[in-house]
Design a protein around this ligand. Sequence first.
Ligand SMILES: [Fe+2]
Length: 410
Amino acid sequence: MIQATSVVFDYSLSGAILAAAVLGHFGLWIWLYNRINASGFKRKTIKRTEKAFVLSCGLIPLGILLIELRFHGATSIIESGSFWAKLSVVTKSYSVIVILFAIAVAPFWILDRPQFAISKNRFELMESEDLSQLQHPESNAALYIQGSGFRRMAKLPGNQIVSMQRNRKRLLIDSLPDDLDGLRIAHLSDVHLTGQLSTSFYRLAIDWLSDQSPDLIVISGDIVDYESALQQIQPVFDGLSAPLGTYFILGNHEKRLPVPTDVCDEFCAMNWTDLGVSNAIARKGNTVIQLMGNELPWFQRHPTRSEAEPAIETHERAWRLGVSHSPDQFAWGIANRCKLLLCGHTHGGQIRFPVIGPVLVPSRYGARYASGVFSKGETLMHVSRGISGVHPYRWGCMPEASILELAARG
Ligand SMILES: [Fe+2]
């Protein structure tokens, strides 16, 4: 009896160690994958490193399995109560490394879940609906997809690539000037014109935003992926205007273009303002709004933009609105005393699991800023899930177009 209990205990202990090692293994490679995609390395370097990480994640467990089978055989390991003790030094060493890694990052990983990281007391969701369902409930794929890759993937159950959520959020801002109370900002991000989706898909968002009569419009990067898709800019954004101006920056995906500034030329020809090269000023009543763009770590087109130093130039008393492609620049927004920072890049993680939420998020902070509203001090950051992407899948993570209404806090 005592011996049987001891065998069960040994099995349980070995099983628990093995489970922790499996968790640590995937945790380590996902952690690395997220960070490399947040870096400013050349795109080719990032993609090669990313492939190496994915291969390592798959091949290491396979290699370990082959080593153990070669030296012990499956039955020999399982027959022993404490199979952990019989494993090779290589397996044990790797397991200890990944288990220690898991123990070190687990508290941060838990705290970075959306339910803990989002500043729920700094915004109200006023309206939220799936525009594509409202207009064409059954035939989204036929209407909105041009590319065969996207069409195949769209058939997978629950894939939301041709959904489009419209949402209106009231953001509660500290010390908001009376002139800006009720200001409506249209925030679009990660448009990703690739030729895979039709102009009518993007117009779902553009037409709705236009109908909302926003005071100003901002795109926070990743507008075009391929040179051939530059021609889609004009039909997609045609007619979108706002009394306080229309503004854009570039994102990491513009790095794929032979001449990234071709995108800027197209937008400037439509009277949009390029915040990647200079700050801009808009006025509402007696209040000056200073708009500042940040394309780090991918572009540094602005002469004084730097992650380390605040770039306060003129208009010391202006109300500052920052636009950054990556939410990793939150500290920059705070240092520059931006009251609001608009970001994208992370696509909300593209896949959100029940309870744990997003896992693969290209940010040095992992899933913390995947999407939503975040605050630190007087700076509020809105991270959009974007309206498209190059990967033809989204689960639990609908594309979104947002109207942000400013309201005074307290
Ligand atoms: Fe993107």
